[in-house]
Design a binder for this molecule. Structure first.
Ligand code: ZN
Length: 241
């Protein structure tokens, strides 16, 4: 089976469409979204509609919870906060209801999927370092855990001797190892590559591949300007930071 895993769309409809266009050419059997459909960007309702239509599973992200009014925005930085307040104003009731009902975890026979971290998915912890990952490996039993949240695609590897970080773009998953795989962000990449990021996991060959998809960034930036979203959020899309 081939599984496409997308995350952190952040109301960027132009990048989401480009990613689905690529997915359509990849012969996938299932699409899983790890959350943060909304926040930061200009098209929350449109992105939710498309994810609802196309994804087989969608999980709750911290921006989805905040936009739906389930979480406080106190811990958000000033730009994220402004964008959430704007999002709350434009969300339709249907979109808000959908976001409110999203689950925090999805499990399949050989993998677990969360937005942030497997230990307490509703607390939005970040897995940034090998040290963070080492602790998180204690909190799931499957061979692989897929995450988003940091907007940086990276693979943490555990074997009987060590924990490592890998930035390979293709990884054969080995039975003697376990993995935490961050698929990167569709709508706001932060690894200094502005192209949308998502991943494809082939469960038969047990191989994971990152896909990087160019999209019309000025188009999204124009929509953000029209919406009056913060300038910093508009600029960061251009250099992927
Ligand atoms: Zn995010």
């Amino acid at each position: 089976m081939r599984v496409a895993i997308i995350s952190d769309i952040h109301s960027n409809y132009v990048s989401l469409e480009a990613v689905f266009c690529d997915i359509d050419q990849q012969n996938v059997d299932q699409i899983i979204c790890l959350g943060d459909i909304v926040g930061y960007g200009p098209a929350p309702n449109e992105c939710v509609d498309l994810v609802r239509e196309r994804a087989d599973v969608c999980l709750m992200g911290n921006h989805d919870a905040a936009a739906a009014g389930l979480d406080s925005i106190e811990t958000f930085n000033v730009f994220a906060k402004d964008a959430i307040l704007w999002t709350q104003k434009v969300l339709t009731e249907m979109t808000r209801d959908y976001l409110s009902g999203l689950p925090f975890v999805h499990t399949s026979p050989d993998a677990v999927y969360v937005h942030s971290s497997p230990d307490r998915p509703e607390e939005w912890n970040y897995i940034v370092s090998v040290y963070d990952a080492q602790n998180q490996f204690l909190h799931f039993g499957a061979q692989v855990c897929f995450v988003g949240h940091t907007h940086v695609g990276v693979i943490f590897v555990q074997n009987q001797f060590s924990h490592k970080i890998s930035r390979e773009k293709t990884r054969e998953l080995n039975q003697n190892e376990r993995y935490i795989i961050n698929v990167g962000a569709v709508g706001q990449p932060r690894d200094y590559d502005s192209a949308a990021s998502y991943g494809i996991w082939d469960t038969d060959s047990n191989k994971f591949v990152y896909r990087r998809i160019e999209y019309d960034i000025p188009q999204t930036q124009f929509q953000m300007e029209q919406a009056g979203l913060p300038q910093y959020l508009i600029e960061r899309l251009g250099d992927g930071r």
